[in-house]
Design a protein around this ligand. Sequence first.
Ligand SMILES: Cc1cc2nc3c(=O)[nH]c(=O)nc-3n(C[C@H](O)[C@H](O)[C@H](O)COP(=O)(O)O)c2cc1C
Ligand SMILES: [Mn+2]
Length: 479
Amino acid sequence: MYYKDLRDWLKLVDEFGELGRIDGADWNLEIGALTEISRNLKGREVVPALLFDNITGYPAGYRVITSLLFSTRRVALTAGIAPEADTLKFTRALFEKVSKSPGIPPAYVATGPVLENVQEGGDMDVLKFPAPRFHEEDGGRYLGTASVTITRDPDDGWVNLGTYRVMVHDGQTLGFYTSPGKHAGFHRSKYWAQGKPCPVAISMGQDPLLFMFSSSSSREGVSEYDLAGGLKGEPIEVIRGPYTNLPIPAHAEIVIEGEAWPDDRRDEGPFGEYTGYYGSGMRPEPVIRVKSILHRNDPIITASSPSKPPTDSAFIGARMFSARLWQQMEAAGVPGIQGVWCHPEGALFMLKAVSIKQLYPGHARQALAAVCGTQMGAFTGRYVIVVDEDIDPTDLGQVMWAVCTRSDPERSIDILRRCWSSPLDPGIAPGEKTNSRCLIDACKPYERLGTFPRAVGTSPELRARIIEKFGHMLLNNVM
Ligand SMILES: Cc1cc2nc3c(=O)[nH]c(=O)nc-3n(C[C@H](O)[C@H](O)[C@H](O)COP(=O)(O)O)c2cc1C
Ligand SMILES: [Mn+2]
């Protein structure tokens, strides 16, 4: 049985012992630092979701939650799949679920908990919520990180959900940063071309499933609402936003509506980003003028503090991005794919490994090129590696062993130039708009498949016999 909303989800997570609670932290740096420290504690297997209450200067009940989707069990709960320990098998299950779910459009309902408090006009102040300032060099407080920004295409009505960071400029003005090529940016440009403001609604606390889809790429024209509903097997309940008329999650904790006008910009950033760097410093970015604030009683802000991995966004991102990339590569007609992994160590986008069972000469290069051509694989990539089917692409050690022993730089590496990047890419100079791809074919050359030196290792039959005979004497459990 599926959970209903964030609160229901939290109850289940608490029941299986993965909810941590912190009382009395300050929104200024302490929530950010505690989140970072908690995910790097040695000797602990699972990073709990962290629920902050009694935040300095705020009423009890006005909460922030971080590290939401930072465990296999929590991702499994959210996606409705089994919590498989093997990373590749788990990613395969997620891929199957995502790719086989039909789209189910959201259902409009008359009311919902998000309407428990409605404020329009006059004395609105978004800082009634404890928006964190995460890192010491951040340029401000960020209300939206694990948030969902909702926009509509003015031409065909396509409703997009995307996660884009939301800085607080003042009580009634929010930042609206989207990287080049992101869907809300497409919508915004269309309104602006007509000289009109772009209506926006931002949910700051919602079913983690919506965040799973809003923070990973889907095709243009596809609503992430439909994908989330399809995965759940029932429509996401939405109400019409009182100002924008946009569909907003009926069970959201907080929704802020507003509009973004052409040429209305303010300095945004710096913000410690998912690459592990302070993005691109501070620069003028579009803003949202707040028109309404809706929230549940005792609302919970869902937050994700980016940084160098490990982070929650790298954990869920690796699994979702890999599932989507796998789906898109199969749709592009690449056969024999055994596994796909967007390594968190590469800040998700910058190091991808694919394993294939080679079926014909040129197959490995086809897989490499396909990664760069898919929507999921194209954005801010850098290194792509293809390996044979005996290599687990999620295991960096195995992948590098294949690179070092099966590839030869002169024969195996190609460079693709002037590719899709973003201002957050620390590897390109300020002002540069594109970066390059290094494609590494670390498969055994197809022509030498039959004669390539055999890899050393105990055969499955011998292993089984030895474990049967001596397993009880081995100190560690190798079963
Ligand atoms: C915590 C977090 C913060 C993010 N911040 C931004 C951002 O500020 N701007 C942006 O363009 N993408 C950001 N992303 C990535 C987008 O959510 C992602 O590219 C998504 O596919 C965008 O949706 P779209 O494909 O519908 O445009 C962020 C992702 C996460 C997980
Ligand atoms: Mn989209």
